[in-house]
Design a protein. Structure first.
Length: 320
């Protein structure tokens, strides 16, 4: 007598649930990063360079301390013990430093609008190219369409109704910033998918990146840090938007490819635009509102689960 055994597709369901959680973590990280522009407006006397440096210094020390105290630092020791990881940690730390510095210089030369669009819009494209070159990912038509829509929406949102210059050196620096961010995201993804602890990866990368940025912080006017509001802003930027944001991003990379992750981070300017409208009395033009809608729709396409099997295929797989 034959017996039919039905097998549940639990691993596939777990995989899809993990991918959704990963996408949610990355969107939450982007939302935290989107608050930085509004918060910076309240830091009287702070230069963009000191803001960038203090974020990484405080956030890097926090992430490193968290990695050191998680399971007695076992994950951090395991990460540093494998010699294959050391060049990647160095590369990721340099990428973080270059990303932060190049972006603010670019914004100063070519305007915040152009600098933001080129940097944030270029990052997922660079990540996709790196994935192809290293054979770590295969770019799908769905990813390409959603990323193109998100980048276009970002451009309309940030530049809608505003006059923005396009100084060549500034654009080049913004491209360098986007490339550096892509290198960081890919490096972190490689380390985490090797089985390294995400907290350890975030702590090592940002802890190393904090070292050169201490020198940057010391060369900038720091009087604003000695005031009550300045100290609160510095702690928020370092602890919440950097420590918390990049911890969420690293956790999301467990189940989300770097190519998808960098596309999802395009939610950052959307959050910034909404906060600017609500808290700073800024106005969005028709083009900017259209860009916001296009960006939101594209991100939904990226994060929505795929149906990979037809009903008949599922039935065949479930029946053994």
């Amino acid at each position: 007598m034959s017996q039919k055994t039905f097998i549940r597709r639990a691993p596939e369901k777990d995989s899809r649930a993990g991918a959704r959680r990963g996408g949610t973590d990355i969107l939450l990280a982007a939302a935290l990063w989107g608050t930085t522009g509004t918060v910076r407006t309240f830091a009287d006397g702070a230069s963009p360079y000191s803001i960038a440096a203090v974020r990484i210094v405080i956030g890097g020390l926090l992430l490193l301390a968290l990695a050191a105290f998680t399971r007695g630092g076992a994950g951090l020791r395991h990460l540093l013990k494998d010699r294959r990881n050391l060049p990647l940690i160095g590369l990721g730390a340099v990428a973080i430093t270059v990303y932060q510095t190049a972006f603010f210089v670019a914004a100063g030369r070519t305007g915040v609008a152009v600098g933001t669009v080129v940097t944030i819009g270029g990052a997922p494209v660079f990540t996709g190219l790196i994935g192809l070159m290293t054979r770590r990912s295969v770019l799908t038509g769905r990813w390409a369409v959603a990323t193109a829509g998100a980048v276009a929406g970002c451009a309309l949102l940030v530049g809608g109704g505003g006059d923005a210059g396009a100084e060549p050196l500034g654009v080049a620096l913004a491209l360098l910033s986007g490339l550096s961010y892509a290198v960081y995201a890919t490096t972190a993804s490689v380390l985490i998918t090797r089985g390294e602890e995400d907290r350890a990866v975030a702590g090592a990368l940002f802890g190393a990146a904090a070292v050169p940025l201490v020198a940057v912080l010391l060369t900038q006017p720091a009087g604003w840090l000695l005031t009550g509001p300045g100290a609160v802003i510095a702690l928020y930027l370092g602890v919440v938007t950097t420590g918390g944001g990049y911890l969420l991003f690293a956790r999301g990379l467990r189940t989300t490819p770097a190519t998808t992750a960098t596309t999802l981070t395009l939610a950052e300017p959307a959050v910034a635009a909404v906060l600017g409208t609500v808290l700073l009395d800024e106005r969005l033009s028709g083009a900017a509102l259209g860009g916001l809608a296009l960006l939101a729709a594209s991100l939904v396409v990226v994060v929505a689960p795929l149906r990979r099997r037809s009903h008949g295929e599922r039935a065949n797989n479930e029946l053994v």
